[in-house]
Design a protein around this ligand. Sequence first.
Ligand code: ZN
Ligand code: ZN
Length: 404
Amino acid sequence: LLQNYARLLVRTGLNVQQGQEVLISAQLDQPRFVEMVVAECYAAGAAVADVEWSHQPLTKLDVAGRSPEVLGRVEEWKQAKYRHMTEKLTATLGLLSQDPDGLAGIDQAKYAAARQKTLQVIKPIMEPAENRYQWCVAAVPGKAWARKLFPGLPDDEAVEALWKLILFTSRADGEDPEQDWKVHNENLIRKSGWLNSLNLTSLRYRASNGTDFTVGLIPGARFLAGGDTTVGSGVFFNPNMPTEEAFTAPKRGVAEGLVVASKPLSWSGVLIEDFSVRFHEGKAVEVKAAKNQQTLEKIITMDENAAYLGECALVPYDSPISKSGVLFYNTLFDENASCHLALGKAYTACLPGFETLTKQEMIDMGANDSLIHVDFMIGTSDLSITGLTADGTEVPVFTNGNWA
Ligand code: ZN
Ligand code: ZN
């Protein structure tokens, strides 16, 4: 099973090309599985398969032990690494296994400020490579993460149970996962194709929890779903495993009303619970949270565009992840259980003609740009979403939480 999963990530996730460089980032939790992934990279023709290990307790020590200035610095040799990746169009695989509480107790303000500073350095370096290299984010179990999901089980059984859950929700536990993903991608592309044929100008959301919200869409922007294709080299890859969503870029400045979150938001080791966001003229103007409201306020003020939306994603309430009924405390899974919005940066590949647009042209079209991209869940079993077209036609898109 694990061999199949490793092959799936390398072949269907990244689609590693002959002679390509690959960078895998992983926590220390599953070194044997990382070996399998590296072996699959070389088998697929990778020239280099490097691994960057990290360990949350070390991150905690760094946040505590470094001055704010040092913590926010990207040393020249690290910048050289990002320049190399931009030049080589290095494929990147992120293997998530973090303890959702692994950064609890750190100085959040210090950490967030440092992240903001480092992103300000890294983002411009990586920008020329945007949409041009394959990347994939997937998960493997970590002990602490498994313990949080299965508190009653001994550690090894909890890890085993989380492996099963990851492989099931990632559609990686069948006889031929690569074929299963081919079929899954075809289904998702059918859904996004239907949405794109409607030429919607806005989406209206209503649910009994109080959500009553309308968001504008960028004229001609596409809904994307499933795999993606790199600009230039035309390589098909799957950025997220699992993925169940069809998503697009909303029009900056056009969002009105209240959205009530349907799941807690786990951000930088803090769990924001029972929260809502009120939008006016596209901007989050008021946030309320029963727990950790300050963190939510910090998110929308990370930079001047962090309070604007960057994503509208449609996920049926009866998706496999939603059906599992498990809160993963990990956005990769939780966002694929539910319709969601994201604060911050838009995914520019949604824009018509994005291959040849400059960054400023994309912003002028209405795509938001920010250092952050934070997804939060709004899907419920009674959520209705109505699409509106330029001539005022209303098209039911979701009824009772699922595709109309
Ligand atoms: Zn999404
Ligand atoms: Zn997102």
